[in-house]
Design a protein. Structure first.
Length: 382
């Protein structure tokens, strides 16, 4: 008798990131993927579109995560894993994760909100009691970024990490989702607990990426990495002194005038308080941005730069760069989630408990999920 397929329920399954995750999961013929959302028509439409090329069985399903019957429905379906892609996660509670715990179902999300991801550990005891795994942040940050830092440490044989610098800049013609836009706007002009402290979109640097991306502007943004990495990559010296690396995360927009507009919005929030939360203006701002999509390119980049000491050489700098062309950049945030699901399916994640997505997948496993995408990665060492 054939083994039952590993059932994955993707919340927001036909959404901006959900549909990309469903497509990635389609490469695994051991999976049954439930494409879930509030519209059966949209769920059916995506399933019909992707099924011909999908090795996984795709099943459309109508569910509302905000419904009072959500837990009952989830318990009846009893999937092996739920992947929550319905952001933005900034300001969300842990209702879905708690429902998964109550139903005895593993939970993964693609959150990149600092507080949401950092505080998922509050569910640790409940998750362990139910014997399930609850993972938050299986996205570009902190999952992929930390996996790259781990590889940099191994490549450079670093005994101490002094600085971690991360940046993302998408192509202007790349499709954008409202949840992502609202997430970015939510911290514009607000304090970021980095070292030294700064504010969202306050200040700018230029980063030169390999062709075809070239020079891009980057400004400070708020992500889990700035809170989690200093402790994660701390090192105690022989004298007992605790050394923590400085961590910087910046993002940018390809068109310089749009980037400077974001910086101006940050100034308005910081200096005048006329607008305290730009995310409430997300809908009209994203519509406005579409008028400028005739400019720029479909090409974007991400980098992770790690500087540290190996004990033999005084300082090393290792730089990882991801280049996403042809509009494939929005697939990057779902690579780690796909890798986590495939690990769960193989039984390669025996842990239970609730945790940020740190050390659970390797950079290689994430990049293996880019098959068929115009995404390339490279390493440099200085």
């Amino acid at each position: 008798m054939a083994a039952s397929p590993f059932t994955v329920l993707v919340l927001g399954g036909y959404g901006f990131f959900g549909r990309r995750l469903v497509e990635r999961l389609g490469s695994n013929d051991q999976l049954k993927v439930l494409v879930v959302g509030r519209s059966m028509v949209k769920a059916q439409g995506l399933s019909d579109k992707l099924q011909p090329k999908s090795k996984a069985k795709l099943v459309p399903l109508k569910m509302d995560l905000y419904s009072p019957t959500f837990l009952t429905e989830l318990s009846m379906i009893s999937p092996d894993c739920v992947v929550h892609t319905a952001g933005p996660f900034q300001g969300q509670g842990y209702d879905v994760a708690e429902a998964c715990i109550a139903a005895g179902v593993n939970y993964v999300d693609i959150a990149d909100g600092r507080e949401f991801v950092s505080n998922i550990c509050k569910l640790d005891s409940a998750a362990k009691e139910k014997g399930v795994l609850v993972v938050s942040g299986a996205s570009s940050v902190p999952a992929l970024s930390s996996a790259v830092v781990d590889e940099a440490i191994n490549r450079g044989k670093l005994s101490r990490v002094d600085n971690i610098d991360i940046g993302i800049n998408p192509g202007n013609k790349t499709e954008r989702g409202i949840a992502t836009v609202k997430a970015i706007l939510s911290f514009n002009g607000h304090p970021i607990p980095s070292h030294p402290p700064t504010n969202g979109w306050d200040g700018v640097i230029t980063r030169e990426y390999p062709a075809p991306v070239g020079g891009r502007l980057l400004s400070p943004c708020d992500v889990p990495d700035v809170a989690l990495f200093p402790e994660l990559y701390s090192q105690r010296s022989s004298t007992g002194e605790l050394h923590k690396p400085t961590v910087h995360f910046r993002a940018g927009l390809e068109l310089k005038f749009l980037h400077y507009a974001m910086m101006a919005m940050s100034y308005i929030t910081r200096k005048t308080g006329i607008v305290r939360d730009w995310s409430s203006h997300g809908w009209w701002l994203i519509e406005l941005s579409k008028f400028f999509m005739i400019f720029g390119t479909h090409d974007g980049a991400m980098h992770v730069e790690v500087t540290g000491s190996s004990g033999v050489e005084p300082s090393k700098k290792l730089t990882w760069t991801l280049l996403a062309k042809d509009g494939d950049g929005p697939n990057t945030p779902v690579l780690a989630a796909a890798a986590i699901v495939n690990r769960l399916q193989r039984g390669a994640l025996p842990s239970t408990g609730a945790m940020p997505c740190l050390g659970l997948v390797s950079a290689e496993e994430c990049i293996n999920e880019t098959t068929g995408l115009a995404i390339d990665t490279m390493w440099e060492e200085e």
